[in-house]
Ligand binder design. Structure first.
Ligand code: 4AD
Ligand code: MG
Length: 507
């Protein structure tokens, strides 16, 4: 080998080893007092969450973030800074001796709630209650001002309605920061759950020509010039449209993910889905995210077990890894939240069939806006009653009448019901909808025909039943419904960064 290459390899190896050693040393000392190490080895500064986890021993630290409050006393100025890494702010204390400098005085005067700052100082034990460390400030820099008369998020509490109008700024509040962190952790936990169990993540398409749920509430996708068409008064020729046929935004990735299930056995999709139903409720969005696992050779009882284990895993992860945010929701948003979540993790879910559920509702003697009867679609008031009054926790309801469920669900022997499975939770009802799939070709074809659906549109889906068909099942978890459940927030528009709902597409 060329001696030059040997030497250059040697140098690279040495450099890597050296980097590793220095990094290990840096981590060991947990110190930020070596600016050269910080600049060379740490492209990212420690976050406030990381700083607050350190033992304060006068080490030099740099804090970058947004000012939550600034307060003056005779001896000092207190600046609370937050960078979104955790709910807690870090308190930065500017001593009066420092304030004597005219420059610092000017900077402090310009710092107000919402401004961005960079502060350097020593991390010291804090005498204040509820925090172990604070920064004894040596240098303050105002990076971006937020003039008090114009910045809308002043220190007082704001209503969620008011903040909905400020979706671009609301994440700077405690509530929305906490929602964002829980949302992030749950998205990651979803992948962890499935990856640990040998599932393959499949990217199903957003644009589709088939209606997965057969419910007809789809957004159409077109590049046709609607205004010109309206003026011409002619019928629409979809052959001239972008895809040469009518196409839509998907309501569910299920039909596509089933194709991968029939080769990879255990799969899931996790992506945005769209529904154009005009439901102006606190539980519906026009654009929401859904997690849809699908398992080959799996029957309804396996599906129930997977769904329960999945929800319990997510709740446990939230309790363990988002403890500070959950404590905040428990205190400020939904008293009793943590206790109810802890119960969910430890107890098995109640299971009843649809027929049993309707019987329970009928015999309860409770008054409902919609009177329950066998054959009715369970309303959210019924679902709340079953979970809150009867089970005192999540309920899995199975075997619904086939008329109120999608065409792909496996028909039961009784000819009246299908092997459907909904998971209902207290406070708002349905969080998961799923089923065992109809895997028998002749029965699925009959069902498609009897519903007046097109066998041509679903021909590829029917192929899965023609070639190597297997019993299989799966479900869809609404990601924002999960977040409502875990955070205790009550309006689904507050658990997604930029909600899309009827007449609402701002930001
Ligand atoms: O019950 P759904 O309609 O089931 C399906 O779409 C199946 N294809 C899933 C499957 O088996 N792979 O929807 C599943 C879940 C609901 O339980 C609910 O949590 C959520 O999606 N969901 C909505 N979330 C927010 N806004 C809406 N408009 C929603 N519609 C359904
Ligand atoms: Mg459903």
């Amino acid at each position: 080998m060329d001696p030059n290459r040997v030497f250059s390899r040697y140098l690279t190896t040495r450099a890597l080893l050296c980097y590793k050693e220095v990094y290990a040393f840096y981590a060991m000392t947990k110190s930020h007092s070596r600016p050269f190490l910080r600049e060379i080895l740490m492209p990212l500064l420690p976050t406030i969450k990381q700083l607050l986890a350190l033992v304060p021993e006068q080490q030099s630290v740099t804090v970058r973030g947004w000012v939550r409050t600034k307060r003056d006393t005779k001896q000092s100025t207190f600046i609370e800074v937050n960078d979104g890494s955790c709910l807690s702010n870090i308190q930065c204390v500017v001593d009066a001796s420092l304030i004597e400098s005219a420059e610092i005085k000017r900077t402090l005067a310009a710092i107000s709630t919402g401004a961005s700052v960079e502060i350097t100082g020593a991390l010291v034990p804090s005498p204040a209650k509820g925090q172990s460390a604070e920064v004894s400030v040596e240098r303050v820099e105002l990076i971006g001002e937020a003039p008090t008369e114009r910045y809308p998020l002043q220190k007082k509490a704001h209503s969620l309605e008011f903040l909905r109008e400020l979706a671009h700024l609301r994440v700077r509040t405690n509530t929305f920061g906490a929602v964002a962190r829980v949302r992030n952790r749950m998205a990651f936990a979803i992948h962890q759950f499935f990856q640990e169990r040998g599932f393959c993540y499949v990217h199903t398409p957003i644009i589709t020509a088939s209606d997965a749920e057969g419910a007809g509430a789809m957004f159409q996708v077109t590049t046709l010039d609607l205004e010109a068409l309206a003026k011409s008064g002619k019928p629409v020729d979809y052959d001239k449209d972008f895809f040469g046929k009518k196409s839509y935004l998907t309501v569910s990735g299920q039909l596509n993910v089933e194709t991968y299930c029939q080769a990879l056995s255990r799969v899931y999709t996790f992506g945005p889905t769209f529904r154009a139903e005009n439901s102006n409720t606190t539980r519906h969005l026009a654009e929401f995210w859904m997690i849809e696992p699908e398992v080959a050779f799996s029957r309804l009882p396996d599906n129930i077990a997977l769904a329960s284990e999945f929800i319990q895993y997510l709740v446990r992860t939230a309790l363990d890894d988002c403890a500070e945010d959950i404590a905040f929701f428990d205190q400020r948003v939904q008293p009793g939240l943590r206790e109810s979540l802890e119960k969910v993790v430890s107890a098995p879910f109640t299971h009843m069939t649809y027929t049993e559920a309707v019987r329970e509702l009928e015999k309860s003697g409770a008054t409902f806006e919609f009177k329950p009867y066998w054959g009715c679609d369970l309303q959210s008031e019924h679902e709340k009653f079953l979970t809150e009054k009867i089970a005192g926790g999540p309920v899995v309801v199975t075997d619904y009448p086939k008329e109120i469920k999608a065409f792909y669900m496996k028909q039961n022997e009784d000819g009246k019901t299908v092997a459907a499975m909904d998971v209902l939770v207290p406070r708002f009802g349905e969080i998961i909808g799923g089923s065992e799939r109809e895997w028998r070709l002749d029965i699925l074809e009959q069902r498609i025909e009897s519903l007046g659906l097109s066998k041509e549109v679903y021909s590829w889906y029917l192929d899965l039943r023609r070639f190597g068909s297997t019993p299989h099942s799966g479900f869809g978890l609404g990601f924002e419904r999960l977040l409502l459940y875990i955070t205790g927030m009550t309006n689904i528009r507050d658990v997604i960064p930029f909600p899309r709902a009827p007449r609402q597409a701002d930001f």
